[in-house]
Design a protein around this ligand. Structure first.
Ligand SMILES: Nc1nc2c(ncn2[C@@H]2O[C@H](COP(=O)(O)OP(=O)(O)OP(=O)(O)O)[C@@H](O)[C@H]2O)c(=O)[nH]1
Ligand SMILES: [Zn+2]
Length: 297
């Protein structure tokens, strides 16, 4: 007798898919040929159905609907990004932060911010950055600071959530990943690399259990492309603009020179951060010119 169970793909290896079943058990499955005909390829993070036959062999038989499939290497159903922003080396940059936040807002993914390398700056510099980040906390982005907060990060990962790391090259993603992994209740041992030698090495990604959910063990984003965003939709991805916009006089207000604009009013009152508004304008220009700033590549 065969039985069907649901689970999450946590790793791909030489044609096999490692699946963590809802029971918590992990099985190594083969995909049924039907996927190849349909040109469907399960990705890490996919919610799937697994059938176990009477001999105990597991088959991946169905991919359940995906929320998204993002990053390189690709992870499906990403619900949260842990965005690593460095205090220095590379320099702290609100411009960069805003672009990352806008990108993930567009992708429909929640973001938490992690500040790295604060040990390399002065107390005064750190206070300045903390003041900036307090604004982001206020508009809804959780902010974490270095070592003492690793445990707190883990506690915020809720049941079944799939998290991935993002941030500029050199920001400290791998360093944070190692810290998190040390604290993780790692269930599986490393899968033999000898199985994994292909014609050319493709970047692999695996999910490991962290908190009540999963974290991708390979940082997924170091560069982002905002140019596919529609110009008149950009304002929707600035969360506090979006919230204020219900009070703008005109529907679809772009918060430029329209009369009765709530965003401009809050900006004038200092309740919306000037640098956010400036970045909004700069990004409008970048999108309309189809230009990707050098530091985002
Ligand atoms: N002092 C200090 N150094 C750090 C911290 N985080 C990262 N570093 C150092 O910064 C450098 C870059 O860190 P990585 O973790 O490799 O950065 P990454 O984001 O994974 O970089 P890419 O692989 O290029 O995307 C390394 O030399 C780290 O040791 C930190 O919190 N404090
Ligand atoms: Zn407006």
């Amino acid at each position: 007798m065969t039985k069907t169970e649901e689970g999450t793909v946590v790793g791909l290896i030489a044609g096999f898919y490692d699946v963590e079943l809802t029971s918590g058990q992990r099985v190594r499955t083969r995909a049924r040929g039907v996927f190849r005909q349909k040109k469907q390829k399960p990705a890490v993070g996919d919610h799937v159905e697994v059938q176990v036959d009477e001999k105990g062999t597991s088959y991946l038989v169905k991919i359940l609907p995906r929320i998204n499939r993002i990053g390189r290497p690709a992870v499906a159903n990403v619900s949260h990004v842990l965005l690593v922003i460095s205090a220095v080396q590379p320099d702290f940059s609100l411009q960069l932060l805003d672009r990352f936040l806008t990108f993930f807002s567009w992708q429909g993914v929640n973001v938490s911010i992690y500040l790295s390398k604060s040990d390399l700056i002065s107390k005064e510099q750190l206070e300045k950055i903390k003041t900036d980040l307090a604004y982001y906390q206020k508009i809804g982005y959780p902010v974490f600071y270095e070592a003492q907060d690793v445990e707190k990060i883990i506690q915020t990962i809720k049941k079944g959530e799939i998290w991935t790391l993002a941030g500029q090259s050199g920001a400290g993603k791998s360093t944070l990943l190692n810290k998190l992994k040390k604290d993780a209740n790692q269930l599986t041992g490393a899968i033999s690399m000898s199985l994994n030698r292909g014609k050319h090495t493709t970047r692999q990604v695996q999910l490991f259990s962290l908190g009540e959910g999963f974290l991708a063990d390979t940082p997924g984003f170091s560069s982002i492309d905002l140019t596919p965003i529609k110009l008149n939709e950009l304002c929707n991805y600035f969360v506090e603009f979006k919230k204020a916009s219900v009070k703008c006089k005109f529907r679809g207000c772009q918060h430029l020179k329209e009369p009765g604009c709530e965003v401009k009013l809050l900006l004038k009152e200092g309740k919306i951060k000037q640098s956010r508004y400036d970045d909004y304008l700069a990004m409008r220009t970048e999108i309309s010119e189809g230009r990707i700033p050098e530091y985002l590549k």
